[in-house]
Each structure stands twice: as C-alpha cells, then as structure tokens.
Design a protein around this ligand. Structure first.
Ligand SMILES: Nc1nc2c(c(=O)[nH]1)N[C@H]1C(S)=C(S)[C@@H](COP(=O)(O)O)O[C@H]1N2
Ligand SMILES: [Mo]
Length: 436
C-alpha cells in the first residue's frame, strides 16, 4: 500500500487562510459598505406582482396546460425562488477554490437544509470523484489493512442521523464588532442534513484496531487532502461514513461519494471525498495546514482541542435580508443548535435584553441538530432590538459577545457563538448591530 502522507497541500492553501484573517480584521469599513450594496441588490425581487393575475381576473397559468411529466426528470425550485441561493463574499478569501459560500438561512424554514443550498467550504475546490474508482483505505495500527469500494461500504448496516455541520469560522468576521448585513453571512456557514451511512466503528472493527490505536488521520481525495486528526474515542462513538444526504447521494460539493460525519464537532473534521484513514498512536497536528484551527486568545496563547461546537442560535426572520414588511401580525423565527446535546429552550428579547420570553419550539428536537423556534407577535411599528439565546441539555446557556470577548479577547476568528442582535427600525429596515 502506498503511503501518501507526503502529498503537498493545495498551492497557496495556507496563505489563503492568512489572508482570510487579515482581510477580515483589517477591512472593516470596506466590509460594511459592500455588505450594504449587496443588500440593496438582493431586496429587488427578480419578478414582481402583476394585477392581471390577481382576483377577480383569471391568472395566465390557469389558461394553459402545464409542463408534462417528462419535462423535468430532476425537479428544480420554482423560477420565482431564483433569489434563494448560496452567496459568497468575493473579498473574503484570495481564491475561489480555497473559499466559502453561505447558506441562505433567512429563506429556509423547518430544520433541514436543502441539498442545493448547503454552504460549501473547500480548500482545493470541489473534487469530481468517480464512485466506480473511489476507495476508502484503512491502514496503520490495524490487524489487517483494508480497501473498501463503495459497494463494500453499502453492505454494512446503515444508520440515519440528522446533524448540523458548522464551520469553526462561522460568525468569525463578527469577533470585533457587527460587520455583515445578513444572517446568511453572519451565521450561514452551517447546514443541517439527514445523513445515511455506516458507523465508522464497524469499518474500524473490520480492520481490527491494535491496542495502541489512539488517533486517526483522515484524508480526502481532493487536491487539498484536508488531513485531519480525530481521537479514536470519537471515531468509535458516533462518527459515520455517509453516502447519502437528505435521501439522495451526497452532492459533489459535500464530498460525493463519501464523507465523514463527526456529530457536534467543528466542520473541518468532516472530511469530504474521504479516501484514507491511517490509524496511529498520536495526533498529526504538526503536519496539518489546518492546524491553524486553533483559537488565538488575547494573551497570545491558543485554545486547542476546541472540537465541540457550543450552543448557538440566530433569529433568521426578521434579519437584514428579510425585514418585516408590515405592522401587526408577524412571525419571528430562527434556529438553535448545540454540539453537546439537544436544545431545551430558546429565549427571545425584542427590547435588547430587558425582557425575555420563551420562544415556541416547533418540529423535531434532535440531538446535535438544528431546532426551529418561533415567536408569533403583533409588531406596533416601534424600533426593536432582537436577540435569541439558546439553552442546551447540558444546562449551558448561549453567552453574549461581551462575555465571550472577556474570556477570549478579539484576536480570534473561531468559535464565536455569542448572541446576535438585529436592530429593526420603524420602517422595517433591519441592521446588524451590537449593544453593550
Ligand atoms: N476533503 C475536504 N474535506 C473538507 C474540507 C476540504 O476542503 N476538503 N473542508 C472542511 C471544512 S473547513 C468544512 S467547514 C466542511 C464544510 O463542509 P461543506 O462544504 O459540506 O459545507 O468540510 C470540511 N471537509
Ligand atoms: Mo471550516
């Protein structure tokens, strides 16, 4: 078996990461300006109302036959939903291949992210991998090294799990203050999907772990390799090797034909296009380009092993990209999640934290999954300062940004789970702000 650990990371991979950091922290003014422009464009709906199609008239679509069943072998969203797309921010990273786009959270409801709208994070672009030639190799501290084809993997017992995947850098641009005007950009490095796959534990047991096995090095088949170190306890606990998302094959962008699912842990460990697992007795951090996934503290020390994503929430509507359009009856909604368990409660304030009320949770409440909440209320047209605060099954309560900064400083971009504030103006216009 060939050992390919000496493969080079994608050209410029580490410099891109550095630029991501400086671009973020230095470019505050530019960020706010371009965010506003993009916001104005998004507000213009591509297709508007037409009174000829409204009562008492007979609308045009009632006068003609619709498309036949052979017209759309694979269905797409209605043309009226063309604005519901992943979006990226051009200045954020130096290249399109080592980059990121964002889930349009403000356009979604329930808890499942549709496959075509799941944010993408690549370090070497999205690899197009043939399932006929793809193999998963398990070697290192095992009794017998194994090579699995896709068919081999699909013969193991399957399991279905709904989990969120959040990039550790989600909300990272907001560490120093409110920056981006829209929850798509402040919180959109997350998706929530039902995975079908097999337990990683079953594949490891098939190879037979040696008693000295402590860490896995996991590698993807894309040009970045995305080598990550995973402790054996987590691998044997609940990790999946998944081949389906929301019932259908993984999308190319999400790692087709095979990805690692690491419930509750930061996104960079969820290796896509997974091709190799080397079992070892120590972590490979020193060799990892992405070992910079550590949290730099104000005193220059860094937090490491910050694998778990703490409880977090965001109000998706209203938000800068989805303002209230009328006074009176309105639906406020959002999502909450925790990498340590399930969401037990979400509080919402409309007046910047003076009064809190418990939001109504609706839909499935699952372990390490997004949970949907609502507040149904009458808006008098007054200014609002909206926040949400998540509680999880460990008793943890989502902190304010001030509380986070007091502990971690501001020289950081990872693991920002602080409470988000939206300012709703009397005309409905909604802005990303911070209050102290
Ligand atoms: N092979 C490979 N796996 C990868 C990456 C990558 O670039 N290559 N990016 C990681 C990071 S940093 C994140 S946040 C998630 C993003 O998963 P998504 O693209 O499905 O949203 O994939 C992870 N797995
Ligand atoms: Mo990430």
């Amino acid at each position: 078996m060939t050992d390919e650990t000496d493969r080079k990371p994608a050209p410029g991979a580490s410099t891109n990461r550095r630029r991501f950091l400086t671009g973020t922290l230095a470019g505050g003014a530019a960020i706010a300006a371009s965010g506003g422009e993009a916001f104005a464009q998004r507000k213009r709906k591509p297709i508007g109302p037409n009174p000829d199609n409204q009562p008492p008239n007979v609308p045009e679509w009632s006068k003609v036959l619709g498309d036949g069943v052979a017209s759309h072998p694979y269905g797409k969203p209605s043309k009226f939903e063309a604005h519901v797309v992943r979006r990226d921010v051009e200045w954020l990273t130096a290249s399109r291949e080592s980059s990121i786009n964002f889930t349009p959270l403000h356009e979604l409801d329930g808890i499942i992210t549709p496959n075509g709208l799941c944010f993408e994070r690549h370090h070497g672009g999205a690899a197009v991998v043939s399932p006929f030639d793809h193999r998963l190799i398990i070697h290192g501290l095992v009794d017998k090294p194994l090579i699995f084809s896709m068919d081999d993997i699909k013969r193991f017992p399957r399991t279905n799990r709904v989990h969120f995947l959040e990039c550790a850098a989600n909300s990272g641009m907001e560490w120093r203050g409110a920056q981006l005007n829209g929850c798509q950009f402040t919180h959109g490095m997350i998706h929530n999907v039902m995975y079908t796959g097999v337990l990683l534990k079953d594949l490891l047991n098939e190879a037979g772990l040696k008693p000295t096995a402590k860490w896995l090095q996991v590698e993807g088949a894309d040009s970045s390799g995305m080598n990550r170190s995973l402790p054996i306890e987590k691998a044997l606990d609940d990790c999946l090797i998944a081949f389906k998302m929301n019932g259908e094959a993984l999308r190319t962008e999400q790692g087709y034909p095979l990805r690692l699912v690491v419930p509750g842990w930061e996104g960079n460990l969820w290796v896509k296009w997974i091709r190799r697992i080397e079992v070892g007795d120590k972590p490979w951090f020193a060799r990892e380009e992405t070992s910079k996934y550590t949290d730099l503290m104000s005193d220059g020390r860094s937090r490491r092993y910050t694998f778990v994503m703490d409880a977090k929430s965001v109000v998706t509507n209203p938000s800068p990209q989805a303002p209230f359009t009328a006074k009176g009856r309105n639906v406020l909604t959002g999502v909450a999640w925790s990498g340590r368990g399930h969401i037990t409660r979400v509080d919402v304030t409309l007046d910047g934290g003076r009064n809190w009320r418990e939001a109504r949770i609706d839909g499935p409440v699952l372990d390490r999954s997004m949970t949907r909440f609502y507040v149904d209320f009458d808006w008098a047209g007054n200014e609002l300062l909206i926040q949400s605060r998540a509680h999880d099954s460990t008793g943890y309560v989502q902190p304010t940004k001030q509380e986070l900064r007091a502990v971690r400083g501001v020289n950081n971009i990872y693991h920002n789970n602080g409470i988000q504030t939206w300012l709703v103006r009397a005309n409905g216009e909604t802005e990303n702000v911070e209050i102290s």
